[in-house]
Design a binder for this molecule. Structure first.
Ligand SMILES: NC(=O)c1ccc[n+]([C@@H]2O[C@H](COP(=O)([O-])OP(=O)(O)OC[C@H]3O[C@@H](n4cnc5c(N)ncnc54)[C@H](OP(=O)(O)O)[C@@H]3O)[C@@H](O)[C@H]2O)c1
Length: 329
């Protein structure tokens, strides 16, 4: 049966890009921290996403040490449609998240930012990056000049169109001070049924200052896709064996089971669509960027666009399922 997608678009803050409500999260296709997808499968999923109206891709230099960027570059080179590309400068000290007390000169010195951007441009095969993000952020750096000078240089050289930060896991308020500077165009933040905390302070600030929002990890690394069972085993070296370690799989099964029950669903198969629509129900969100290495995930997720916000009673149920924890630690 042909798939009929009603992909809608939203403005990405001051960057003013008209981005698809469903974007593409390209961490998994990098292949080093997520084990499993072949390049052939990843390229097919990316191509299918663009074919079905996805026009925004989030990647990073460190995803597969440039491999994700290379795959993205290959696909957009063969596409006749405009596809917005966001990538990220990793901290020079390779420390995630940015710990307090570490100076910006260790994480984002000016020359390093420029070099890293040039490496990304080379991997992507592009002349200009639509959105360049810092891959971590500490509010202690907001008043420093290094990053501001790098942004000015990259913009005046025509290498970057807009700037943003990818906010440390579960710390949405750490971006409030940089938003106030007016010097960034977008933020990327964990926002899903379990972590609803950006709604408190971050989203109102983004709406006030016209800052675009990329909602990342909408499926809680697969938990909200109903993929985690108590006996799920990840391949050796896969980051999810850390994320879902110990009794965490059991906790997830209980939480997801309660969610399915409270929503009155038969099983978890409709959960990914509801989880993505949950993100899109907030007006501050510009695009949701699920990871989707398979065509099946792409075809399922694009259908969540154009449906409007979830009904108020459903959102009311979802409010009760917020879950305060940090599995990345
Ligand atoms: N610090 C940072 O800046 C940071 C950190 C984390 C993530 N991110 C960004 O956010 C993006 C999204 O996060 P994520 O990829 O880590 O996790 P996610 O989107 O929460 O979950 C991805 C998982 O959900 C599965 N999935 C997706 N759609 C599905 C569907 N319709 N049905 C069943 N399963 C489905 C995927 O399967 P398949 O892949 O097998 O299709 C994959 O296993 C990343 O790709 C990256 O771009 C940024």
């Amino acid at each position: 049966m042909p798939i009929i997608v009603r992909m809608k678009h939203r403005q990405l803050g001051k960057a003013n890009f008209n981005v698809s409500e469903i974007g593409y999260g390209a961490w998994g296709i990098g292949g080093t921290m997520w084990i499993g997808a072949s390049d052939k499968e990843s390229l097919a999923a990316l191509e299918r996403a663009i074919q079905l109206g996805v026009n925004f891709i989030d990647t990073a230099l460190v995803y597969g040490n440039g491999h994700s960027e290379e795959l993205v570059g290959r696909v957009i080179a063969g596409s006749s449609q405009k596809v917005y590309v966001a990538t990220k400068v990793p901290p020079k000290n390779r420390i995630w998240p940015a710990p307090p007390g570490v100076g910006i000169e260790e994480a984002f010195p000016r020359d390093y930012i420029v070099r890293s951007t040039e490496e990304s441009l080379n991997n992507l095969g592009l002349d200009v990056i639509d959105l360049l993000q810092f891959h971590v952020w500490s509010p202690e750096w907001t008043g420093r000049d290094e990053w501001k000078r790098a942004f000015e240089d990259l913009k005046s050289q025509g290498k970057v169109r807009s700037f943003g930060i990818s906010i440390n896991n579960h710390q949405p308020d750490s971006a409030l001070s940089i938003i106030e500077t007016g010097l960034i165009d977008a933020v990327q933040v964990i926002y899903n049924i379990f972590d609803q905390s950006p709604e408190r302070n971050l989203f109102p600030a983004c709406l006030k200052h016209n800052i675009g929002v990329l909602a990342r990890v909408p499926l809680d690394e697969g938990a909200l896709a109903g993929l985690i069972m108590e006996n799920t085993v990840f391949p050796e070296g896969d980051f999810r064996s850390h994320y879902f370690r110990g009794d965490r799989k059991k906790q997830v099964v209980e939480r997801v089971g309660a969610l399915v029950r409270d929503l009155g669903l038969k099983d978890a198969s409709q959960l990914p669509a509801i989880a993505i629509r949950f993100c899109l129900s907030h007006p501050a969100v510009s695009t949701v960027i699920p990871g989707m290495r398979s065509i099946g995930s792409v075809e399922g997720n694009v259908m969540a666009s154009g449906q409007g916000p979830l009904p108020a009673p459903t959102l009311e149920v979802l409010r009760r399922h917020a879950w305060d924890r940090d599995f990345y630690k």
